[in-house]
Write a new protein. Structure first.
Length: 98
């Protein structure tokens, strides 16, 4: 029923609290983890982070490293998506919305 991570957190509050669950193990992509953990903490959960798809950050410095690639485009999209998402959540918090 959720369209985004914030809605997922909101939708889980009632059923998990009904079962006295206050701590969640959050499994998501490492790039997405900061925003996802914030969304779940904002609705009152204790969050245990279990990031997946962790990149090593190893870079090759040769001529090909400076050429555009599909992998770099995907990484840029992912990072941009997370930055914009965090700004959106911050903006919502200014309006007093979780």
């Amino acid at each position: 029923r959720s369209l985004d991570t914030r809605q997922s957190a909101l939708n889980l509050v009632e059923p998990l609290r009904a079962n006295n669950i206050e701590t969640v193990v959050l499994v998501t992509d490492a790039r997405h983890m900061p925003r996802a953990a914030h969304a779940f903490a904002a609705v009152g959960f204790n969050v245990v982070r279990a990031p997946m798809a962790i990149t090593t950050g190893e870079l090759e410095f040769n001529l090909l490293a400076f050429m555009p690639s599909a992998h770099a485009l995907v990484a840029s999209f992912d990072v941009s998506h997370e930055v914009i998402g965090r700004m959106w959540y911050w903006f919502r918090s200014l309006l007093g919305r979780p």
